[in-house]
Write a protein that binds this ligand. Structure first.
Ligand SMILES: *Cc1c(COP(=O)(O)O)cnc(C)c1O
Length: 397
């Protein structure tokens, strides 16, 4: 091997030696089941398909019928500012705007949204205050913003007392004109939920503050019409940037931001991932719009998902395991890597696909099974899974 390749091969060896080397698995999806590396079908408790939309064969067929009536290209050929703006984009934005009662701007993904919006709206007179546990895409957005001279500060996870002090500090600082609070509504590793009412009240303490909330795990899963935690808490109007992704509960692809018309216009003019990347295919927009129409009416499914989440959290607490979750993302925090991997393996033997999450994704000593519930599973399957968990982690392995 050449010296150049050796450099990377050595880095890979180092990853392997600390059990942090990642690779793709050969996966076959069969409805709510998944086959890994040609193994037996396992109940999939690791996907973000919270309402079973992505695996719903009937919805898929129904959408194909729609496509027979409307021509929806499989490619957009350019950015929306050039020739890539199709009717389907305008229609989906109008549909979102009408549901939220505020303007909407679409992006290629949630990742694009987070790495694009923050650097676009922040400058050397801006401070970003971000929760310690925000998603990697928000962290990358902050890094890019820092290149514009933006100051970035992380506060302890959900520590609003500390956040309040930070707001007061930067409110009093004359060199700071804008303070952006960046958080998630449902956190992706702990499954806990931010009190958005409290955040909105913190925001109101200073005219400088803008709220930026990532609802990637909440859109579709929360709120009477599935618009997310902002709908659930009744604060859609009070959040400056409601950001989300269609790839999870919506079973599609893409990102969005709900914001003021001025900010929307500003993003169209300044946000690099929007300007310099080919827009998603019109067929993707049409599918998202189709799902959105369905999801608004899936209130019963959302209630059932919430009840299932509660059932699992209660079962974990009964097993004397700590459980921070208040959502469909339910971590089983076991501590050591070895114990966690062993538990994931034992569950696999019993027919359940659950992923083990280890540092650096989560803090050291907090390795965990990360269970992502889906409404697609039956009550019996849920009960069977809880019994399996009891066998695997209940007795303390
Ligand atoms: C998944 C996720 C994203 C990224 O969204 P994509 O559409 O998958 O790029 C952003 N933020 C959070 C909190 C996420 O969980």
């Amino acid at each position: 091997m050449s010296e150049l390749l050796n450099h990377y091969a050595d880095k890979l060896s180092a990853l392997k030696s600390c059990h942090n080397h990642r690779q793709f698995q050969a996966l076959h999806h069969r409805g709510r089941f998944i086959c890994v590396n040609d193994g037996k079908p396992l109940l999939n408790l690791a996907s973000n398909d919270y309402l079973g939309i992505a695996q719903d064969r009937q919805l898929y067929e129904e959408f194909l019928d729609v496509l027979h009536e409307q021509h929806q290209p499989f490619g957009s050929s350019s950015s929306r500012l050039l020739t890539g703006n199709f009717d389907s984009f305008e229609r989906l934005e109008a549909q979102m705007a009408s549901l939220f009662g505020r303007p909407c701007l679409l992006f290629n993904s949630g990742y694009h949204a987070n790495i694009g919006i923050l650097p676009a709206i922040c400058d050397a007179k801006t401070v970003i205050l971000a929760d310690k546990l925000v998603h990697a895409s928000i962290i990358d957005g902050m890094r890019l913003a820092a290149q514009n001279g933006t100051k970035t500060v992380r506060y302890q996870h959900q520590n609003f007392d500390q956040l309040k002090l930070l707001i007061e500090k930067y409110h009093a600082d004359d060199s700071v004109e804008r303070i952006v609070i960046a958080t998630e509504s449902i956190f992706s590793m702990d499954g806990d939920v931010t009190d958005l009412v409290k955040l909105v009240s913190l925001k109101s303490a200073s005219q400088k503050v803008m709220l930026y909330v990532d609802e990637a795990h909440a859109i579709g899963a929360r709120g009477v019409r599935g618009l997310g935690c902002a709908e659930g808490y009744g604060v859609i109007e009070q959040i400056d940037f409601i950001v989300g992704a269609f790839g999870k509960a919506m079973g599609s692809v893409g990102g969005y931001c709900i914001c003021h018309e001025v900010l929307r216009d500003y993003l169209i003019n300044t946000m690099r991932p929007l300007i310099f990347s080919t827009a998603l295919a019109p067929v993707n927009m049409a599918w998202t719009a189709f799902v959105l129409e369905k999801i608004v009416n899936m209130t019963q499914a959302r209630l059932r998902l919430a009840a299932m989440s509660d059932q699992l959290s209660q079962a974990l607490i009964a097993m004397r395991l700590s459980c921070p979750s208040a959502s469909q993302i339910v971590p089983v925090i076991l501590g050591e890597n070895a114990r966690t991997l062993k538990a994931a393996d034992a569950l696999k033997q019993q027919g359940y696909y659950v992923l083990a999450v280890r540092p650096p994704t989560v803090p050291k000593g907090q390795s965990r099974l990360r269970i992502c519930l889906t409404e697609a599973i039956s009550d019996d399957e849920m009960a069977g899974f809880i019994q399996a968990l009891q066998r695997v982690v209940g007795g303390g392995v």
